[in-house]
Design a binder for this molecule. Structure first.
Ligand code: MLT
Length: 254
């Protein structure tokens, strides 16, 4: 669990995407320089973790994050999630809204899986079973990264591959099951009253900008930022622009 910070102004807790792990936020640890305590946990089983049984629902992950906040005696935090991390942030909003000083939703959506989406998840479970993390990496990298990154940023492509390969097949399968059973969160949007920042890569094909705009319309006062030349993972693809937007939000809205 990367963690750093000096004389914290508050806590920024970041929840990672599928099928990555907490190291995807290495570039965001720089926000500790602005006085934020930055915490990015590996979700259950990810990042080489062993021990707990794989998750079967987004509520399992949400419970783990809440336990972590309680263990660290953190009553309130800016909670951010990328994609699956956003689905988990919604689960925390559902169960324990009191923890939110602010909310950051990057490249995610409020809707549950469609029937076609669930069929895709079943295929993914089969792929994990047959080919493990390497098969998942081959399948997901072209979807996770924008066209610009795939063409011009080979180091980012390599980094994302190594983040995926660090995870066990069991952890990845658990996350697929959690995502395919998650409830719809659209009705949750009007209940969110904390400062909210919505971020999306312009080239995101998994959760395109139109879905980010939909969330912005649903959450009163939410701010939206779109990152050109980034796909589904702008915090890794265009980290300077991503961090600058986050820094501005943290300074002016929280
Ligand atoms: C993610 O990036 O966390 C996943 O691709 C989201 C999803 O598959 O719904």
């Amino acid at each position: 669990m990367p963690e750093s910070g000096v004389r914290p102004r508050g806590t920024l807790l970041l929840i990672h995407a599928f099928p990555l792990n907490a190291r995807m936020f290495d570039a965001q640890l720089a926000l500790a320089g602005l006085g934020w305590r930055v915490i990015a946990p590996h979700l259950r089983g990810f990042g080489g973790g062993t021990g707990d049984a794989p998750a079967t629902s987004v509520d399992d992950y949400a419970g783990d994050v809440i336990d972590l906040l309680d263990t660290l005696h953190i009553d309130e935090a800016v909670v951010g999630g990328v994609s699956m991390g956003g689905y988990i942030a919604f689960a925390i909003v559902r169960h324990a809204p009191r923890y939110f000083q602010a909310l950051i939703l990057s490249d995610t959506k409020s809707q549950a899986d469609t029937p076609e989406g669930i069929e895709g998840r079943k295929k993914m479970l089969q792929l994990v079973d047959e080919k493990g993390a390497p098969g998942v990496a081959e399948d997901m990298i072209p979807k996770l990264l924008g066209e610009t990154t795939r063409r011009t940023r080979p180091a980012v492509v390599d980094e994302v591959r190594s983040l995926i390969l660090a995870n066990s097949a069991d952890a990845i399968a658990g996350a697929v099951r959690a995502m395919m059973t998650r409830p719809d969160s659209a009705l949750l949007l009007p209940t969110i009253h904390c400062p909210t920042l919505i971020l999306v890569g312009e080239e995101d094909g998994i959760t395109p900008p139109a879905l980010a705009e939909e969330m912005q319309r649903g959450i009163a006062g939410a701010q939206l930022a779109v990152f050109p030349s980034a796909g589904h993972l702008p915090n890794l693809e265009t980290p300077d622009a991503f961090n600058a937007t986050l820094a501005q939000f943290l300074s002016h809205r929280v």
